[in-house]
Design a protein around this ligand. Structure first.
Ligand code: 13P
Length: 263
């Protein structure tokens, strides 16, 4: 595989937390915290994924204060427009300067019956509208016991990426369901094993160049105290952070992992 440098990506998935006023406060605090710490922008890409109703407010703040955070949404419709009550089009997200969109999070798969086929359609919709899909895959505790760690995420990723063009910009997030919100993160070795396997899937389905440049994130109970271990692994290119992204100091410390620990 071609050797390339991948800029680490630290992504904060807020899930259904914080209204648009609370969002303003958190983004401002996070920005100031990083500034106070003299964080070097550019060493790590930071992306935040607030609820839909916060996006316009956060976009305006990022733009006005020139805050170096990318914006993303937590989901999108597989359709572009029309009679789909309650759905949000990728076209609308692109107009809000969203760069990323999370697709196939396990909470959507579990509570909204999103199948691998729906996930694949949403990946295509994201690419149609110029958004970078953050494709989430991961096994449940029962899957882990029955099939081992890689089988389910590999199957999910193969379907999600079918038909993705070789030059597409994508991000993959490996989020073992048993590690999400449980305080029980995977070990760095477990994350590395699965992320390396997922990279071979990107190579097979999309192409070798795509595999070399695609960021593969680990997600599931990431904290400032365990981030360094993951980031030392060669195939883990960042983190998709849930709960810890809602606390400015903690998320800033995760973003600054290069400083507070030897990597
Ligand atoms: P936690 O970091 O709260 O475990 O959530 C991970 C996650 O689901 C991010 O998408």
């Amino acid at each position: 595989m071609v050797a390339v440098t991948r800029t680490p990506l630290t992504a904060g998935n807020w899930k259904m937390n914080l209204d648009h006023l609370q969002a303003l406060a958190l983004v401002q605090k996070l920005h100031w915290t990083l500034k106070d710490a003299k964080h070097e922008d550019g060493s790590v890409e930071v992306a935040i994924f607030p609820p839909f109703t916060d996006l316009r407010t956060v976009q305006t703040l990022i733009d006005a204060d020139k805050i170096p955070f990318a914006l993303g949404a937590q989901d999108l419709s597989a359709h572009t427009s029309g009679a789909y009550t309650g759905e949000v089009s990728g076209a609308f997200l692109a107009k809000l300067d969203c760069r990323y969109v999370i697709i196939g999070h396990s909470e959507r798969r579990e509570y909204h019956n999103e199948t691998d086929e729906v996930v694949a359609a949403k990946v295509q919709a994201a690419l149609t509208h110029g958004l970078v899909p953050v494709v989430c895959v991961g096994e449940t505790a029962a899957d882990l016991e029955e099939f081992g760690a890689s089988a389910v995420p590999v199957g999910q990723l193969r379907i999600a990426l079918a038909g993705v063009p070789a030059d597409a910009d994508i991000v993959v997030a490996y989020e073992p369901v048993w590690a999400i919100g449980s305080g029980q993160a995977a070990t760095p070795e477990q994350a590395q094993d699965v992320c390396a396997t997922l990279r071979t899937v990107v190579a097979e389905v999309v192409g070798e160049d795509a595999a070399a440049r695609t960021r593969i994130l680990y997600g599931g109970s990431v904290k400032s105290s365990n981030i360094a271990g993951f980031m030392r692994e060669p195939d883990v290119d960042g983190a998709l952070v849930g709960g810890a992204s809602l606390v400015a100091d903690e998320f800033a410390a995760i973003i600054r992992y290069q400083k507070h620990v030897g990597v």
